[in-house]
Design a protein around this ligand. Sequence first.
Ligand code: SF4
Length: 208
Amino acid sequence: MREDIVKVVEILKKEVPEHPYKSKNPFHILIATIISQRTKDEVTYTVANRLFAKYPRPKDLKNADEEEIASLIYPAGFYRQKAKKIKEVARIIDEEYGGKVPDSIELLLKLPGVGRKTANIVLSRGYDKKVIAVDTHVHRIANRLGWVQTKTPEETEKALMKILPEKYWIEINTLLVMFGRTICRPVAPKCNICPIKEYCEFYKKEKM
Ligand code: SF4
């Protein structure tokens, strides 16, 4: 099993396109992840860049007009609620953490609207911490492949930590996100052109 997982990850590293958002700035990663909820990627990255061009730091954003934040991140889904949340997150980071996004899961989870997935994305992409960020793509694909048999992303995170070599923990999120958007889509996965179908339990059961 572990050997097969390594083979699959190595194949995906060659075959899957790179994740388009390359910022290593923890504050930008945090805000972009909040914007990304229920929003298409193209929209997320466009509006996040527009927002950071004008308000790059927590102290800039906390003083920004909420209506203006909303219009800068439009047409992201729930842009009004997100504008409110973004302003509040910026205020807390500036006033309670001296402008630096905390690098611990406990403190990140205290921020409004920040769940485990978002916290782990910030920790892994922004701080190079060895954690596994499990979103809907990682959860679905790990189950389809047969790596885990889990019902929730939290269970998947724990299960993956037992079977996935630690050197892949940081990159597995972006790898499976891009694989999930291009091939192993939620509905109608493109199994016929999938480069890892021979390792996939779903494929063996449903397509052979
Ligand atoms: S064979 Fe199909 S279900 Fe399995 S990983 Fe590939 S695309 Fe996903």
